[in-house]
Write a new protein. Structure first.
Length: 110
């Protein structure tokens, strides 16, 4: 009998646009919301719903300042795939959904 594999993707919920960008030093997890730090010209974990501008796409990694990795800069993501800065499920609010949508990230409910 042939082996069966299942798609266990829980972040990507449709077409997405990606980019390789510079990061602030931190540990990043797939599905973390990000904001752009214009003063330092790099991306970091978001500090407020209104700043939700991208989603970390890479696998769990600890980066130093100005190292590159992948982000989702546009498209559809699933709320069940979003995590906070400790890799725990993120509570998605309507403010977060609106802020992300204003930046081209569309959060799909379960």
């Amino acid at each position: 009998m042939a082996e069966v594999t299942y798609n266990t993707e829980n972040l990507i919920a449709g077409a997405i646009q990606t980019q390789q960008v510079k990061f602030a030093a931190d540990t990043y997890y797939r599905g973390m919301p990000l904001e752009y730090d214009a003063g330092n010209d790099r991306w970091k974990y978001y500090t407020a719903d209104a700043k939700f501008a991208a989603v970390f796409l890479g696998e769990e990694v600890t980066l130093t300042d100005n190292e590159y990795d992948a982000i989702i800069i546009g498209g559809a993501v699933s709320e069940v795939g979003l995590v906070d800065n400790s890799n725990a499920a993120l509570t998605v609010t309507e403010d977060m959904i609106a802020a992300a949508a204003a930046n081209g990230i569309y959060i799909k409910r379960k």
